[in-house]
Design a protein around this ligand. Sequence first.
Ligand code: UDP
Length: 241
Amino acid sequence: MKVSVFNSFVDLLPNYTEWLGQRLETEKGSHIITLNAEMAMLARKNELLAQTLKNADLIVPDGAGIVFYLRLFGYQQQRCPGIELAESILQRVGESEKPYSIYFYGATKEVVTKASQKWSQQFPSLKITVYDGYISSEEEQDLLKNLERDQPSLIFIGLGVPRQEFWIEKYRHLCPKALWMGIGGSFDIWSGTKIRAPEFFRNNHLEWLYRLYKEPYRWYRMLVLPQFFFASLIYRLSNKS
Ligand code: UDP
């Protein structure tokens, strides 16, 4: 079921990994976007992002803000953090007999290499090609050529929001059977460079608070959270009937 969130929407499903697994097996290429409050607010003023969200095949409710919004409108949905969804699909392909080809693009060279090593050690059948997120435009051309040649099944892009979503929108035609997903800072976590908020913060919708404590320079990005909160309430009141 699709539910609108301002001018975007999310797909409410009982099991997102299952959906991804089926798309992978039937080779139905997809762009998966994990929507949080920051992205939903940005899409209200950024037409290109709004259009990219419309063109995506699956929008996952990532983040406490989206869950709050859904509750206001009477939907009880668990959040599905993008990093966990990416991990569950990697695990699924890693455990299968088939040798899957995967691309990781984003973060620094050291980070993305360490992230791929972590997954290859856990699942030696995975063939992971890495490109860091600071490559030159010539190297980017090389990446595009190799994507087209290799036709990987999974393509994870960690360039930050909304750059990663725009990049996928622009190039997804090169690998029409692949699952494409923007994963923000997940390579940083998988490489061990950063750690995720402890369980207490995650379970109490306070991941943002932990992030603010660890990365205080991001405070200005968090200003959007109270804005999202009030906009949600106003939207709910004006859409009462
Ligand atoms: N990044 C990148 N190239 C750039 C800018 C950023 O690869 O030119 C990477 C950065 O190293 C980090 C990720 O993009 O790994 C962004 O992480 P963040 O947690 O900020 O993601 P967001 O919150 O924007 O989804």
